[in-house]
Design a protein around this ligand. Structure first.
Ligand SMILES: [Zn+2]
Length: 206
C-alpha cells in the first residue's frame, strides 16, 4: 500500500500489529484519528501507556489488578477457600458475568502445551499448589476449556494436589468440547458451574 506520508505509514504499520487488524483497517483508524481533535489521540495514547506501565497482576490469584491484590481477592464477602482455576483473565470476566460464583480465582496464564513449548513451569501452577498445601483451600473447580491441553493441565494440577484430599471438581460439559469459556453464553456457563462434577468422575469419562 503506497501512502503519501512516512508518518502515516509508521502509524499504520504499528496499528496493524494488533491482532485482527489488517493494513486497511489500520489506515482507516489512523485517518479517523487525524480528523478528530488532538486531545482524543492524546487521551488514547496516555491511557494505553498507563495501562502498560501501571497494570499489576494480583499477588494472590494473578488476575489483572490496579493494586497488588485484585478487587475479587480484596472482597471479604467472597469465599477464599473455594478456588476456580481458569486459563486467563477473560475467563474470570466470563464467570463473573454469570454472577453465580462467589469464591476466588486462580489464573494460570495459559495451558500446558508441549507442541508450543509451554510447560508447567511457565504457568502459575506452583502458587496454586502451594496455596492448596498450606491448607487454605477446601475446593478447587477446574474451569479450563475442554481441549487436550486443558485436560492435560487439569490432570497435572490434580496429581500435584491429590494427596491434600480437598474437593476437586470440573465444570459440567454444557460447554461443548473444545469451546473456549469466553464464548460460552452466561446461562450455559453458569449452569455448568452449578452442575460441576467431581474431578475423579471426569477423568473416568475421558
Ligand atoms: Zn486476586
Amino acid at each position: 500500500m503506497e501512502l503519501p506520508s512516512k508518518l502515516l505509514e509508521n502509524a499504520v504499520n504499528e496499528i496493524a500489529q494488533l491482532p485482527g487488524i489488517g493494513k486497511r483497517t489500520a489506515l482507516r483508524l489512523a485517518l479517523h484519528l487525524l480528523k478528530q481533535p488532538n486531545t482524543q489521540t492524546e487521551t488514547l495514547v496516555t491511557s494505553l501507556a498507563k495501562l502498560r506501565s501501571e497494570i499489576q497482576y494480583c499477588s494472590n490469584c494473578h488476575n489483572i489488578a490496579d493494586a497488588t491484590r485484585c478487587e475479587i481477592c480484596n472482597n471479604t464477602t467472597r469465599e477464599a477457600s473455594v478456588i476456580c482455576v481458569v486459563e486467563d483473565v477473560r475467563d474470570v470476566m466470563a464467570i463473573e458475568n454469570t454472577g453465580l460464583f462467589k469464591g476466588h480465582y486462580h489464573v494460570l496464564g495459559g495451558k500446558i502445551n508441549p507442541m508450543e513449548g509451554v510447560g508447567p513451569s511457565q504457568l502459575n501452577i506452583n502458587t496454586l499448589v502451594e496455596k492448596v498445601k498450606s491448607g487454605a483451600v477446601t475446593e478447587i473447580i477446574f474451569a479450563l476449556s475442554s481441549t487436550m491441553e486443558g485436560d492435560t493441565t487439569n490432570f497435572y494440577i490434580y496429581k500435584q494436589i491429590q494427596e491434600c484430599n480437598i474437593i476437586t471438581s470440573t465444570i459440567a460439559r454444557g460447554i461443548a468440547i473444545g469451546d473456549e469459556l469466553e464464548y460460552a453464553d452466561e446461562v450455559t456457563l453458569g449452569r455448568s458451574l452449578i452442575h460441576r462434577i467431581p474431578f475423579e468422575k471426569a477423568i473416568k469419562q475421558v
